[in-house]
Design a protein around this ligand. Structure first.
Ligand SMILES: [Fe+2]
Ligand SMILES: [Fe+2]
Length: 176
């Protein structure tokens, strides 16, 4: 019988794919407004979320647990202004941080120590993602009258390798 931990981790796979789909919707929103740096940033975030989902798939495969791939709810595709998608993204990252923290608590309660250790990387990743998304939100709010300043900021600041990627858990089929 599947543990509660395994079934909650399966649910988290759905949340990660939903986050990926939401980031694609955000990327397309910016792409349609010819804001290529913002678009590229969110296309990249979408791939990262997809990789997170497949890292969880690989964990369940390794643990000989059943893997369930579900559909996801439709993402939000319309936004009031250029700030709204980043505010939505930050709220999403904070929600995922809470979800991962709950999974860690559950793993601990069920004595799933291997699962608990697996999730530590995600806690670090969430700290990084909440931090970088709040920074981006500050920049976008400050530059809402001149979004090209955000484009300049991203062109300057992005491109550095995320050091966390080196220690990331393996993803089913390989990370993209
Ligand atoms: Fe994620
Ligand atoms: Fe994320």
């Amino acid at each position: 019988m599947a543990t509660t931990f395994a079934s909650k981790l399966n649910a988290q796979i759905g949340h990660e794919f939903a986050a990926s789909q939401q980031y694609i919707a955000v990327a397309v929103y910016y792409d349609a407004q010819t804001l290529p740096q913002l678009a590229a940033h969110f296309y990249r975030q979408a791939v990262e979320e997809r990789n997170h989902a497949l890292m969880m798939v690989q964990y369940l495969l390794d643990a000989d647990e059943q893997v369930v791939i579900t559909g996801v709810d439709a993402p939000q595709t319309e936004f009031a202004d250029v700030v709204a998608p980043v505010a939505l993204a930050l709220a999403q990252e904070k929600r995922v941080t809470a979800q991962i923290a709950e999974l860690v608590k559950l793993a601990r309660a069920e004595g799933e120590l291997v699962g608990e250790q697996f999730l530590y990387w995600f806690l670090q990743e969430q700290r990084e993602e909440v931090s970088s998304m709040s920074a981006l939100l500050q920049v976008v709010e400050r530059s809402r009258e001149n979004v090209m300043l955000v484009e300049d900021y991203l062109a300057r600041e992005s491109g550095g390798e995320n050091p966390l990627e080196a220690g990331a858990p393996p993803a089913a089929g390989g990370a993209l």
